[in-house]
Ligand binder design. Structure first.
Ligand SMILES: C[S@@+](CC[C@H](N)C(=O)[O-])C[C@H]1O[C@@H](n2cnc3c(N)ncnc32)[C@H](O)[C@@H]1O
Length: 752
């Protein structure tokens, strides 16, 4: 036994060696102090004078580790119970070098204990065998997407968005996609057997590369209801549906909108210590106008009666209450702040500010817009100051989350309800006038100054080629140079993407697939699509009815869709003669299994899965004698192996992986895997991460995907045929195969 560990008790983290992204790759002392920052926020009166030292000192303490258990409800409950019952009891009172750490615990306010946090010193993580096991469990489950590392405060906006499965939701600034993933889970929260939810998630980001991070992050959720787009959110086009019976294309609006806007990110000091060094008075100034424009466009695309959530990871009122106040005044009564004091009751929060100060770039307070000195530099806009009617706007309904309240990062959230159509009164003229005044004041601009175009109309514009500080949820703060947009892009005419071609019910491939897998008669086969015109269908995607309706709108060319649909079937060219050359992709199997008959499904038990996981291309002769006849007579091509842990004789025995801890096997629900049967051998069509996670959950060892064993080259069906004298597709083809859809170009951020 020893003393209980707490970073807070350790006090100020003091100087720390950090990598300075802006200067070089060398490490140097990073001091967690910034007099300008301290003076600025003291002046904003974020907290009382007595509370200030607690608030301020907490900003210097490194964040605890937080994670969210993801996926469908039943599956997520299984993982949560494993953490809670199998691991936590063994992590209590672990003492290393005289230090005891509290075990992981659920976030008090996160529903159903699906959000967790823990805070242990590195030495304990390294030296404790129990923590090492817990860590490897977290890594394996993160790799397959059952656990997602996400900052606690970043989980709040989707919870307050109150998404229901039937809702059409737009996430305007979505990359890298932590919140989008939460929204997708909410749309699928109530999935019924053999039904695809009617909800829709449109996840957008203006940064093309980051929109691909978003695709990677959400792929594991296998949602046919998701569309990823790549627009400047201030100019999100009005969207329409496929023509109705009368031949009209009707515009639609969203039930829910999330505007998690780009911000200065100064509330992420605990996660991104570089903010201490880089913070300046002018940091928020170029962002205010963009934030107002994004929020305004979101409100315009929201249904009357719908909810829009605005959020930032900044403490700055210029990016928070000032934006909220401006949009409320523009809305002229058609928008109200929702009092969410009864939602997430365990979440400690502080009310929004009704008064705040605006500083010049050199740190002087300016009481009102008209008083900005001519040589002040920077771009001032009247809406940065508290409006005259601030006291009437109920800004106290905004949520300010401070780090010392529940040991989190800082965050700002405002929840609005649209009560009537939103009409911008003379938007172009008002803003242009503001721009003229403001331009006459801004005599010079330093190099770092971001130019914000104040011209506003229904096609709001923002400056491009700017340095935008973006919050990168899981990584360090980064400065991203936004590409200059072409005129065509600015006005919503987008470059030509591969078309989305829906396959007819009578299409020969669809007929073949339907017969081979015994597709349910109720299955909407008219929602399958391909993206390559003229060629033989290589990859077949499945989308929901809502997505199909949008893709078939006459104005779809205005929407830059970068990704949609679950990759469901892939044509497999092998030498083995088979009745159907389409295999089920592991990405789509969870959704599709319920629609398949049992014709292609083989029930297997742990010994068969073990053989498949421990041998590259196991031969029929390697399986148990009792199965040999079935396996020999099994037709070649793709089949599904189904494993039901409830049928295992040793299901209540300790999982050997966790031996000594008394942890019982924790796989509960049925699992199904695509397997390729060649002439005499089989191959489990899972990628490396999926194999590892499965082996861990079964408590066995595994070998990596066959091509890794065969010498590390990327596997192909032909290579597999060479090495095994058979034509079994290699496992890694499952996830790395070239796709006509844009493939992930950017590695996702490390999540574990
Ligand atoms: C705070 S981050 C979003 C984090 C994300 N919601 C999540 O939870 O993972 C802001 C994002 O806005 C994007 N962005 C910046 N300006 C934008 C604009 N004008 N329109 C749309 N997205 C924008 C950035 O590329 C960045 O990915």
């Amino acid at each position: 036994m020893g003393k209980r560990y707490s970073r807070k008790n350790k006090g100020n983290a003091g100087p720390r060696k950090e990598r300075d992204a802006n200067t070089s790759s060398t490490y140097h002392e990073l001091v967690r102090e910034n007099a300008m920052l301290e003076e600025y926020y003291k002046a904003q009166k974020l907290v009382s004078e007595e509370e200030w030292p607690t608030f301020w000192n907490h900003l210097k303490v490194t964040l605890p580790t937080t994670f969210r258990i993801t996926g469908t409800r039943s599956h997520a409950a299984e993982i949560r119970d494993t953490v809670k019952n199998a691991f936590v009891p063994h992590l209590r009172d672990i003492s290393v070098d005289g230090v005891i750490a509290d075990p992981p615990r659920p976030l008090a306010w996160y529903p159903d204990e699906f959000g967790w946090h823990f805070d242990v010193p590195r030495t304990l993580l390294k030296k404790s065998a129990e923590y090492a096991k817990f860590h490897s469990f977290l890594v394996a489950e993160t790799e397959v997407g059952n656990i997602s590392r996400q900052e606690a405060v970043s989980m709040i906006p989707p919870l307050l968005l109150d998404v229901k499965p039937q809702h059409w939701v737009m996430d305007m600034c979505a990359a890298p996609g932590s919140k989008t993933a939460q929204i997708i889970e909410m749309v699928h929260a109530n999935d019924q057997p053999k039904q695809v939810p009617t909800g829709l998630i449109l996840a957008n980001d203006s940064d093309y590369k980051r929109s691909h991070m978003l695709i990677h992050q959400t792929k594991r959720l296998q949602s046919p209801c998701l569309m990823v787009t790549n627009h400047d959110a201030t100019m999100m086009p009005t969207m329409k549906l496929a023509p109705n019976k009368e031949g009209e294309s009707v515009p639609f609006e969203f039930d829910r909108v999330l505007a998690d806007v780009p911000c200065s990110g100064d509330a992420t000091l605990r996660k991104n210590p570089m903010v201490w060094k880089n913070w300046t008075h002018g940091g928020a100034m170029p962002l205010h106008q963009t934030q107002v424009s994004i929020l305004q466009r979101g409100v315009q695309l929201l249904k009357v009666g719908g909810r829009i959530v605005y959020s930032t990871c900044s403490f700055n009122p210029m990016e928070n209450e000032a934006v909220v106040a401006e949009i409320l005044n523009r809305a002229n009564g058609s928008l109200e702040l929702v009092d969410v004091s009864h939602e997430l009751p365990e979440l400690k929060r502080r009310p929004g500010l009704s008064d705040w100060k605006v500083f010049t770039r050199d740190g002087k307070i300016v009481d009102k817009f008209e008083d900005v000195p001519a040589d002040a530099g920077g771009k001032f806009i009247a809406s940065m100051w508290p409006p005259k009617n601030a006291a009437d706007l109920h800004l106290e309904r905004c949520l300010r989350i401070y780090p010392h309240l529940q040991d989190t990062g800082g965050f700002f959230v405002a929840v609005f309800k649209k009560t009537a159509p939103f009409v911008v009164p003379n938007p172009g003229r008002a803003a242009a006038a503001a721009a003229r005044v403001e331009q006459s004041k801004a005599s010079t601009e330093t190099e770092e100054t971001t130019k914000v175009e104040a011209t506003e109309s229904t096609t709001d514009s923002i400056s491009t080629g700017d340095k935008h500080k973006l919050d990168n949820e899981e990584g360090e703060k980064e400065v991203v140079k936004k590409p200059r947009m072409s005129r065509a892009e600015r006005f919503g005419v987008v470059r030509k993407e591969e078309p989305f071609l829906f396959l007819d019910n009578n299409n020969a491939d669809i007929q073949l697939i339907s017969n081979f897998y015994g597709l349910d008669k109720e299955f909407p086969t008219d929602q399958f699509l391909v993206r390559s015109e003229g060629e033989k269908n290589k990859t077949i995607y499945f989308v929901s009815e809502a997505v199909k309706s949008i893709l078939q709108s006459e104005e779809i060319h205005r929407l830059k869709v970068v990704n949609t649909g679950v990759r469901t079937f892939i044509r497999q060219d092998t030498k083995t003669p088979t009745d159907c050359s389409f295999r089920v992709n592991s990405e789509g199997i969870g959704m599709m299994r319920q629609f398949f008959s049992s014709a292609r499904v083989l029930s297997v038990q742990l010994p068969e899965l073990t053989i498949l996981l421990q041998n590259p291309y196991p031969k029929t002769s390697q399986f148990a004698e009792s199965l040999q006849e079935t396996l020999t007579n099994w037709p070649s091509g793709c089949c599904l192996f189904e494993f039901d842990p409830a049928l295992e004789p040793n299901k209540d025995e300790p999982n050997p992986r966790w031996e000594g801890q008394g942890i019982t096997g924790f796989v509960k629900g049925k699992m199904v895997f695509p397997v390729w049967k060649a002439n005499v051998s089989f191959n489990l069509l899972l990628n490396k991460e999926e194999r590892r996670s499965l082996a861990m959950r079964l408590g066995i060892d595994c070998v990596d995907a066959p091509h890794v064993i065969e010498g590390g080259a990327k596997g192909t069906a032909a290579k597999a045929a060479e090495t095994t004298d058979d034509s079994t597709p290699a496992s890694e083809d499952v996830s790395t195969e070239a796709s006509p859809m844009p493939v992930d170009e950017v590695e996702p951020e490390a999540t574990a």
